[in-house]
Design a protein around this ligand. Structure first.
Ligand SMILES: Cc1ncc(C[n+]2csc(CCOP(=O)(O)OP(=O)(O)O)c2C)c(N)n1
Ligand SMILES: [Mg+2]
Length: 278
């Protein structure tokens, strides 16, 4: 069963393409940053900002809002692009990425940009923050959800598992973690550098419910989130298999693009491949 109509899916796929275009343009202008992760996560961030989140872009501190914690801060451009397109700030500001004095730093700064829930960059911290936030919010607000986006490389950090243990013990059903399972990290494939599998079974052993999805399929992803929200006993982890660099055939699945950005010629070619979507 799907919770989305065909029109909803087309709408989200459109937003994901626009997000990818913005990510490429802003990274090309900044001349530094991370490309593979943000492009792979465009569908998930389109789903969050244009379908899943209970939020108000004009009132980012709205108490009742869902919380979206971004743990793998280096993918910030995809969050910035989704936020700008959703109305948090002017799309033109995206072009200030990584400039001195900009609100859009290479890694997100909570005190600079309203709507960014936490400062992140050092990997492995977001789940602990999300567990604390979900515990706090649960005391005060009903019908509210906390999400934590993490990377697969972060699953190699010990603190992630301390947080997972607490979430399982507290039966934090108002918490859903999403793992960008793109199978790459800075220096190679995750299973070569430090194997993280079997991820689902590990979380289940810590008292979580786990769901495996294609993270580049917005419909499948939104359905998984809906199932996670219906869960009333346990936190849920959605292991979202994505293709790093998705949408740009020359770089898809190539870990070398983890922290490389396109030059002017590549920006032009990549935008052409994505199509002229405004
Ligand atoms: C604690 C910590 N150690 C090292 C780094 C440097 N670092 C930044 S991104 C990254 C790769 C992590 O893998 P993943 O997040 O899966 O990368 P991606 O899939 O986005 O390429 C590393 C080691 C960091 N930011 N924080
Ligand atoms: Mg990764």
């Amino acid at each position: 069963m799907s919770f989305l109509s065909e029109t909803d899916v087309a709408h989200l796929e459109h937003h994901a393409r626009v997000i990818r275009r913005e990510v490429i343009t802003m990274l090309g202008k900044a001349k530094s940053g991370h490309t593979a992760g943000p492009l792979g996560l465009a569908d998930i961030f389109a789903a969050f900002y244009f379908h899943i989140l209970k939020h108000d872009p004009k009132n980012p501190e709205w108490e009742e809002r869902d919380r979206l914690i971004l743990s793998n801060g280096h993918v910030a451009p995809v969050r910035y692009a989704a936020m700008a397109l959703a109305g948090y700030f002017d799309v033109d500001e995206l072009q200030t990425l990584r400039q001195f004095g900009s609100r859009l730093q290479g890694h997100p700064e909570r005190l600079h940009l309203p709507g960014v829930e936490t400062t992140s960059g050092p990997l492995g911290e977001g789940l602990s923050q999300a567990v604390g936030i979900a515990l706090g919010v649960r005391m005060d607000i009903a019908n509210n959800h906390t999400y934590c986006v993490m990377s697969d490389g972060e699953q190699q950090c010990g603190a992630v598992w301390e947080a997972a243990m607490l979430a399982g013990k507290e039966r934090l059903a108002n918490l859903t973690a999403v793992i960008d399972r793109n199978s790459i990290q800075i220096s190679g494939g995750t299973e070569e550098v430090m194997p993280v599998e079997p991820l689902g079974e590990k979380y289940e052993a810590f008292g979580w419910n786990s769901i495996l999805v294609d993270g580049n399929d917005v419909e499948m992803f939104c359905d998984a989130v809906e199932r996670a929200r219906m869960e009333s006993e346990k936190p849920t982890v959605i292991i979202a298999h994505t293709v790093s660099g998705k949408g740009v055939s020359d770089i898809e699945g190539d870990y070398m693009w983890h922290g490389r950005v396109p030059n002017e010629r590549e920006v032009e070619a990549w935008l052409q491949e994505l199509g002229d979507e405004k």
